[in-house]
Design a binder for this molecule. Structure first.
Ligand SMILES: Cc1ncc(COP(=O)(O)O)c(C=O)c1O
Length: 421
């Protein structure tokens, strides 16, 4: 075996083909993609409108290097993202290839924003312990996801992390903690506050109350700190709105997106920013010091543009809200039926289920049992301290129909019943 997969001692089944919400293994067994892979494949697989668009682009232009040429494809995608952004606030977009890179670029843009205004000492970031922002050393330094972080702890930057609980602690406790950390670190040393609007892999769809982001944004503004929203998982329709911060009527200075942008059809992500953020950089050095060989390549950009057009044309946000509410209601009913279901939460098709943390190993058993029954679900961390590997995310593609939604729920309940039998 030459290809390295996450678990070195496990033999993974090979996928042979995929269509709609199903992936087929080599024996032809179907798996309902109840997690959209890693919460990414928003249009499912082999979408009949996306594949021809990719093929057409392949025949036209595949790659140009961004410091040598621009492309109509990248320009059109950036324009579309501007039009979709909250209150048309994010006029500028820098393309990268993964959510992690989008966060790294967001950090660098924030650092440059201050440097170019003569404040290079603003170099720290504040984030929340219950979060996952990416796998590189920079992005991991912002993240508390214990499993992904622990081996590298000594090599990470020592950024201040907030520990107050988004659900259990009052808004007063949370804002007090934030202000306390800002004042202890010194606002003159802080570049930005970074947060996932709804916490995914590290929080099982943990969702703060409606006053939370307006309050945090106000504190950022009072102290001269940028607000970076990590919408890598939540963005572009997953929660039933184009951007989840719309639920809080809050506009971030910088927004990182990924996953549903390429929707599994192209590795593309992006860092969006307001004119306020770009202006001093344009006026100063005139250069954003980030980027990658494949940043903004025309093939990925044309693919992502088609993905967004399909979400819009096929009115898929309505389906996300409709099927999301249906699944959530059913899971709520099951909460009283199955005592080991602790919490059900989430918005749109980003639904978290936390299990009793005292039942060690339950998460892995549920994921395996679902897999055996032909259903994919995604692991997530839960519990008051964000350390319990006891949650899952149910996040099927936006195209899922009623019959497939019922099949998902039937397979999930069958798996739960088999585990407690
Ligand atoms: C909120 C959030 N930010 C960043 C990332 C990193 O994205 P990627 O895996 O594409 O690097 C993820 C991935 O799960 C994520 O959920």
């Amino acid at each position: 075996m030459h290809n390295i997969q996450p678990l070195l001692n496990k033999t993974y089944l090979k996928a042979k083909s995929a269509r709609g919400v199903y992936i087929y293994d080599e024996s032809g067994k179907p798996y309902l993609d109840g997690s959209s892979g890693a919460v990414a494949c928003s249009l499912g697989h082999s979408h009949p409108k996306v594949l021809p668009a990719i093929k057409q682009q392949l025949d036209k232009l595949q790659f140009v290097y961004r410091s040598q040429f621009g492309s109509e494809e990248a320009e059109q995608l950036a324009t579309k993202l501007f039009e979709l952004s909250v209150d048309k606030s994010h006029a500028h977009t820098f393309f990268v290839n993964s959510g992690t890179e989008a966060i790294e670029t967001a950090m660098k843009v924030a650092l440059q924003y201050w440097q170019e205004q003569g404040q290079p000492e603003k170099k720290h970031f504040i984030s929340r312990w219950k979060s996952y922002h990416g796998i590189t050393v920079g992005a991991l330094s912002l993240s508390g996801h214990a499993l992904r972080r622990q081996r590298f702890e000594n090599s990470l930057e020592k950024y201040p992390l907030l520990h107050a609980d988004l659900e259990r602690d009052s808004l007063e406790i949370q804002t007090k903690e934030f202000i306390g950390v800002v004042e202890k670190t010194g606002a003159k040393h802080i570049a930005a506050f970074v947060a996932e609007p709804i916490v995914g892999a590290a929080g099982t769809a943990l969702t703060p109350p409606s006053e939370y982001y307006p309050a945090m944004k106000e504190i950022c503004e009072d102290y001269g700190i940028l607000f970076i929203a990590d919408e890598v998982m939540t963005g572009l329709g997953r929660t039933g709105k184009w951007f989840s911060l719309e639920y809080w009527n809050t506009i971030a200075d910088i927004v990182a997106i990924g996953k549903s942008l390429g929707a599994g059809y192209a590795p593309i992500a992006a860092t969006m920013m307001t004119e306020k953020v770009l202006a001093p950089i344009r006026k100063g050095s005139g250069l954003i010091m980030s980027g990658h060989t494949y940043s903004g390549n025309p093939l990925s950009c044309a693919t992502a543009l088609k993905v967004l057009q399909v979400v819009e044309e096929d009115n898929l946000l309505a389906n996300v809200n409709d099927k999301g509410a249906y699944i959530k209601n059913k899971l709520m009913e099951w909460k009283s039926k199955y005592s080991f279901i602790d919490v059900v939460r989430g918005k749109g098709l980003m639904i978290g289920v936390e299990f009793d943390p005292s039942m060690k190993g339950l998460q892995a058993r549920i994921i395996d049992q679902c897999f055996n029954n032909g259903l994919l679900v995604y692991p997530a961390v839960g519990g008051p301290y964000g350390k319990d590997e006891n949650g899952i995310l149910i996040s099927p593609p936006f195209i899922i129909n009623q019959h497939e939604t019922d099949e998902l729920l039937t397979k999930f309940e069958k798996s739960l019943k088999e585990l407690i039998a």
